[in-house]
Design a protein around this ligand. Sequence first.
Ligand code: DGT
Ligand code: CA
Ligand code: CA
Ligand code: ZN
Length: 572
Amino acid sequence: MDNRQIAAIFARMADILDIQGENPHRIMAYRRAAENIAALSRPLEEIWRAGELDSIPGIGKTLAEKIDELMRTGRLEAYEKLRAQVPDGVVEMLQVPDVGPRKAALFWKELGITSIAELEEAARAGKLRSLPGMGVRSEEKVLAGIEALKRRSGRIPLGTAWELARALLEPLRELPGVVQAAPAGSLRRMRETVGDLDLLVAAEDPEPVMARFRSLPQVAEVLLSGTTKTSIRTHDGYQADLRVLPPARWGTALQYFTGSQAHNIRLRGLAQDRGLSLSEYAIKREDGTEILCATEEEVYAALGLPLIPPELREDRGEIEAALAGRLPDLLELSDLQGDFQFHTTLSDGRASLWEMAQAAHAAGLKYAVVSDHSRGLGVAHGAGPEELRRQRAEVEEVNRRMGGTFRVLTGVEVEVRADGSLDLPDEVLAELDIVVAAVHSGLRQPREQFTARAIAALRHPHVDILAHPTGRLLGQREGADVDMEAVLRAAAETGKAVEINAHPWRLDLNDVGIRRAIELGVLLAISSDSHDPEDFGLLHFGVAMARRGWASPAHILNTRSAEEVLAWTRRS
Ligand code: DGT
Ligand code: CA
Ligand code: CA
Ligand code: ZN
């Protein structure tokens, strides 16, 4: 363990003790120790080996013992105990400006809030203002703090960028003379985060489009505005560039501004080989004449290529594959027959089983797995054996009412405990159609330990799917330090599926992990992880990640029928 890791553990212990309202002297002792260790110029391990821990300022006998335990065993019992008492997400709330330990404890204890995302939701719903010591103004401050935190982390999470682009483009699309309006850039490629928005509109007369764009309510500041390009900053601090071009040049512009830059550089090389030059305006021949392309197909065709889907345009082998006629048959949203996770009011969902089933059906699905949280998760209430049995009866009733048009499969999102064991007895798991295992706590465990935990879950005979394998929350919380290669190999070996969580905060497994999983022969399950009837509309983000990972329908469990899925779970 290096100095930084140990300092982080002590700082985190101080945070937890602070949230628990512990003795200020004890809290200060951990904070000082963290600072002094972080400031050391030589490895703590060396000092420990030399038996000189007491030479470090602020390290007394108790802390020296703790460092000794960490060095010898790689873990610290006192730390594990503290972390079991306060969920990680509660500690993370301290990052929000204006949220201190007392408020974090208040939000957690009074409202069961255990993440920044939940805090944002509660604040938006006006649930914070009535808490003791809070009010409308302090609620607003919390929201402003969360926004500031997101801006600080730089890139825009995909889901936020998607909504913003939609809101900005809709009014432009309605203008007379607008023939096309679409996002380009990393958003069109569906990268998990987006630096800035690149919006394109095709119209003969750019000025009315630019004028409307400048006057949109989201615009805080116009950074520059001309006849071809306008750049703005939104109130949330995000930047968007709008380009307006004639419809006859739409294809070249869309291709160019979709990128990626690396992909475009490769295409320009191919163009040169053919005596052509490629720009955002047109393809030019050597004699200077232009080939106008109104569609992207024409651009690619002029270079002797089939259209390459935007999600593949990262120069990760797609050009070679296109040249060889071996582009993958990419998964599409309409290929999905089912969804592998939704929650109901039995745990932290906001709607009943019946409402969720209807929403899933309306979203075009034929089946979905109800996967309420098991009890071990700190959140308000999880399902125990009794509740799950009762839910099974409810599932039968709902399926009967759906009259064969849709089927709820029984399931659970069972908590993987710190030691890799599961939070429900085997006989309860054995009765369910699908068991999804998830790690929500202890994400800061050391790499070997976390990895072993995920692998233990996969090896459990009743587990079918490993949920959101890193536990990250984009822009809010780093995922666990996990040896993904080892986890994926274990999934391949056991024949278990790994989740692609489609929620735009998670997108976990991500594109790189998905591509590797496919190489290793691991089956993937896309989950909307719906907590609300509307969330089934998030599945397309999971499909986008799968496409970025080069997935075909055969790689994705959701493309199978409910019967085929059930046959698969009885694989052994
Ligand atoms: P981002 O915004 O950081 O998430 O990533 P992109 O891919 O949206 O990059 P951005 O916004 O800088 O530019 C949008 C696209 O425009 C980019 O993907 C390719 C094209 N582009 C921009 N600048 C250049 C350039 O200097 N050379 C080339 N070949 N393409 C460029
Ligand atoms: Ca961009
Ligand atoms: Ca840009
Ligand atoms: Zn979950």
